[in-house]
Design a protein around this ligand. Structure first.
Ligand code: AHR
Length: 529
């Protein structure tokens, strides 16, 4: 059932209506000359929740098996966890990881994946037509999170299981002891509770490809029942209701509204998902592709508006936040049929330079909407539509790794409300897009700020003049760019350095600085302030 291609349902239709052009505002379309960025450190959008740069690991293809868990490999520890992969993720600083799915979760019985490994059943996994040995389950994931220095975000089966099963898993994970499920955890060797704080109530239940697909009202009622039972077990948890799978869905926004009508009072957040392609959505036009983050922002605005409409209708004092818990570029490796193999090579998308540019734009958009998006997951993390690929002897950093890791390293503190004014170009169905997309963050205690700069001009270098109103940078701490002559260039195990960061030449720190952004580039500049 779930092998029905998601693409069939949500791509093609995914050119999201035209963005309203801002007539007469800002600079003229096509104008040359610099983009002017004005910074006033007192003008801020919102504090940045670090969880906005989380990621996702699903029992899918080689994400878990061979990706993070590979017993017998010299690179793995005594528990079978790949030390090099966990170390990479710890060094990157990935704050939160969603698990175990995705489509997988809608047919997953968590009890199959706990207890002595020799007693765990091998099952036919129906979302990806693969063989699941259950040798890695909830407890191994919690162990792995500790090793990788990240927080778990657990997904729940709303397909073949229900509210009771969800509440039991919360009890298994979070109740210290003295009850059926907490004692089972202890018997499995975990004396202390896992204290999992954040939970996803199902996955993409609006999608006909999803095991247990149902109507919005059915889902909303199931969600409120599960939420109440889960909260009864642990009052400290935060719950994310399952929003629409994307703007290409026929039920987009209507689903969100109906779901929230049922369960608004019992959830903290609503999920959004989105995968971009440089195919049907753009007509293979890369100038449009690198501007698609504007459509991502439109999606955030639309879903937030639905949340606020329901809040108003229900006269609720609570404002929901958004969990963009699947986002990425994904359109080439779409065959989801695992052919009943263990750890099949599925969804092993190879990312190129233009994908990295759009991922940089998406990072900028997540920062710009830090007022509303408090959690988000790059989908996914290892081997499956991922920044990191593994083979038996090491790992590879794909192009999209770099904008993602720069966000993790440099985006700290508060997001600044920059004034950006510069030349734009017309993008079919999207309206005018700036050649330069700029956003910045300010880490007050660290006395640092960072600028994230996308140059969407695929032919020409673009200048950006940055003027500080109320402070002057004292030094340039770091400045890097990814660029190159070939938008389709990618890193492989044989040639791992085709697209890697290069130094971005910068002027000396001062209250007015002009940066020259190479054509086809995404850059980060960190400054002392
Ligand atoms: O991330 C791959 C798949 O995309 C997930 O399993 C599903 O939620 C989405 O359709």
């Amino acid at each position: 059932m779930a092998r029905i291609n998601r693409k069939k349902f949500i791509q093609g239709a995914a050119t999201v209506g035209a963005m309203a052009a801002a007539p007469g505002l800002l600079a003229q379309v096509g104008e040359r000359g610099p983009t002017r960025v004005t910074i006033d450190l007192e003008r801020r959008i919102a504090p940045l929740d670090p969880r906005v740069f989380g990621s996702f690991l699903e029992h899918l293809g080689r994400a878990i098996y061979e990706g993070v868990y590979d017993p017998g490999n010299a690179l793995s520890d005594k528990n079978g966890l790949r030390k090099d992969v966990a170390e990479e993720i710890r060094t990157m600083g990935v704050p939160i990881v969603r698990y175990p799915g995705g489509n997988f979760v809608s047919g997953y019985h968590w009890l199959d994946g706990v207890g002595p490994k020799k007693d765990r059943p091998t099952v036919l996994e129906r979302a990806w037509n693969s063989i699941e040995t259950n040798q890695f389950g909830t407890n191994e994931f919690i162990d792995w999170c500790k090793l990788a220095g990240t927080e778990p975000l657990l997904g729940l089966n709303f397909g073949t299981a229900g509210a009771e099963d969800a509440a039991n898993l919360v009890e298994y994970c979070n109740q210290p002891g003295g009850t059926k499920w907490s004692e089972l955890r202890k018997a499995h060797g975990y004396a202390a509770p896992h204290n999992v704080r954040r939970w996803c109530l199902g996955n993409e239940m609006d999608g006909p490809w999803q095991i247990g697909h149902m109507t919005a009202t059915e889902y909303g009622r199931k969600a409120i029942d599960a939420a109440r039972q889960m909260r009864f077990v642990d009052r400290g948890i935060q719950l994310v209701a399952c929003g629409s799978s994307g703007p290409g869905m026929g039920t987009y926004l209507e689903w969100d509204q109906q779901v929230l009508q049922e369960c608004y009072h019992e959830v903290e957040a609503l999920s959004l998902h989105r995968y971009f392609n440089n195919e049907g959505e753009t007509g293979k036009d890369s100038t449009k592709f690198v501007a698609m983050n504007l459509s991502f922002e439109k999606q955030i605005a639309e879903v937030a508006a639905v949340c606020d409409t329901v809040q108003g209708k229900l006269r609720s004092r609570k404002r929901l936040w958004l969990s963009f818990d699947e986002w990425n570029v994904w359109y080439r490796a779409t065959d989801g049929n695992g052919r009943r193999e263990k750890a099949p090579h599925l969804l092993e998308e190879v990312y190129n330079l233009e994908d990295a540019l759009l991922v940089g734009g998406l990072v900028n958009s997540l920062l710009r909407r830090a007022d509303r998006v408090k959690l988000a997951c790059l989908a996914q993390l290892v081997n499956v539509i991922a920044p990191i690929m593994t083979n038996k002897s090491g790992l590879l950093r794909q192009t999209i790794y770099f904008p993602y890791v720069w966000a993790l390293k440099h985006a700290k503190g508060e997001v600044l409300d920059l004034h950006v004014d510069g030349p734009r170009y017309d993008v079919r169905d999207l309206g005018p897009a700036g050649y330069v997309d700029a956003i910045g963050t300010l880490d007050r205690p660290g006395k640092k700020m960072a600028l994230f700069l996308l140059n969407r001009d695929l032919q020409n270098e673009r200048e950006v003049t940055v003027t500080w109103h109320d402070a002057a940078p004292t030094k340039v701490v770091a400045s890097q760019t990814i660029t190159g002559p070939d938008l389709k260039a990618a890193n492989t195990f044989d040639a791992p350095s085709k697209v890697v960061p290069q130094k971005l030449e910068t002027p000396a720190a001062s209250a007015r600085m002009t940066f020259k952004l190479p054509a086809r580039s995404y850059s980060v500049v960190e400054l002392g302030v």
